[in-house]
Design a protein around this ligand. Structure first.
Ligand code: GZL
Length: 325
């Protein structure tokens, strides 16, 4: 008799503990003292922007007390997919990544969903029709960035007589920033028929890529008035090619870029670049906040767009001393 009573009492108290949440911890990081484990699959280390973005994510994870597992895919989609699969096997609480290209993610995102691991997209988006495959997107409006670049050129070319020949150094082929910046820029320059894109090629968001593409453009096009580079690093590579060709960047050939990292802003302030549209890499704090909200079961916006501005040469000179990246 005594034994039966003892078992009944123990069972009741265990139940009570679970009910008031003192005894167990929620499986996915919801427990008060369990550290959130985040698997982050980074694109690579292709540009100054990416380096700043990685620093922001790593430092924010430390500040937020998030246990961060980090991988660098060297700009290869198959490496990002491998990293995501390893995070699924490790049963992390949440996965975050910046998809190097827009397509080809449904299968691995379905595997994460089946494993009940929420996914947050940061920086770049995917073109999947199934919005249930990720919880939210945190990053820039790349179409707007391209539009801002084009609108500046329309204003700057008002007094130009004759055709303005533009060469475009695109970002990574198939990536959301490359696709959307191109779209925004082309839409904006429709306002002035003098503005013509005479050549367009990918520099893969790297300085060396920008230099190689610009060397080819200079060889094949006798009259180039403007370079639209999808990021600062490609623009800095283009500057090297333009100077090697004996021309003055910012004067003989105007340059517009996107990002506003320190090296780009320094070239802008020195007059070698004419205009930069900012794209903030400082996504870490917002990412950690979103991860905590998702794991706490709170609803989060489908899309969180970052605040960004633009810089002329004078504005860059003023802003440089206080830039964080
Ligand atoms: C934009 C980001 C782009 C940057 C490049 O959010 O994905 O990738 O513009 C970086 O500098 O390589």
């Amino acid at each position: 008799m005594f034994k039966k009573t003892l078992i009944a009492v123990m069972a009741a108290s265990a139940l009570a503990l679970t009910a008031c949440g003192g005894g167990t911890q929620a499986a996915s990081g919801g427990g008060a003292d369990k550290k959130i484990v985040m698997g982050f699959a980074q694109v690579g280390a292709e540009s100054g922007w990416r380096t700043a973005n990685t620093k922001s994510v790593q430092e924010s994870a430390k500040t937020a007390g998030v246990d961060l597992k980090f991988s660098d895919a060297q700009q290869k989609q198959e490496n990002q997919i491998k990293a995501i699969r390893s995070y699924i096997q490790q049963k992390v609480d949440v996965i975050a990544f910046s998809p190097v290209v827009e397509s080809g993610w449904d299968t691995v995102l379905k595997e994460a969903k089946d494993a009940k691991i929420p996914v947050i997209l940061t920086d770049r988006a995917v073109d999947s029709a199934d919005k249930s495959l990720y919880k939210t997107f945190l990053g820039s409006d790349f179409v707007l960035e391209g539009k801002k670049a084009g609108e500046w050129l329309v204003g700057d070319s008002k007094s130009a007589s004759g055709t303005v020949n533009i060469v475009e150094i695109q970002g990574t082929t198939g990536s959301a920033p490359a696709n959307d910046r191109k779209q925004g820029f082309e839409e904006a320059i429709k306002a002035d028929p003098k503005l013509k894109i005479i050549a367009s090629q990918s520099g893969d968001f790297t300085r060396s890529g920008g230099k190689q593409v610009m060397e080819a453009f200079l060889k094949n096009n006798p009259k180039i008035d403007v370079v639209f580079a999808h990021n600062d690093d490609e623009g800095l590579g283009a500057i090297e090619a333009i100077e090697a060709a004996g021309k003055v960047p910012g004067k003989d050939i105007k340059i517009i870029t996107i990002d506003a990292v320190k090296d780009g802003m320094t070239a802008l302030s020195a007059g070698k670049i004419n205009y930069i549209v900012e794209c903030s890499p400082l996504l870490g704090t917002q990412l950690m906040d979103l991860a905590k909200k998702v794991l706490a079961g709170e609803t989060v916006p489908e899309r969180v767009v970052t605040e960004e501005t633009t810089f002329t040469q004078e504005q860059a000179t003023k802003a440089l001393p206080t830039r964080q990246y």
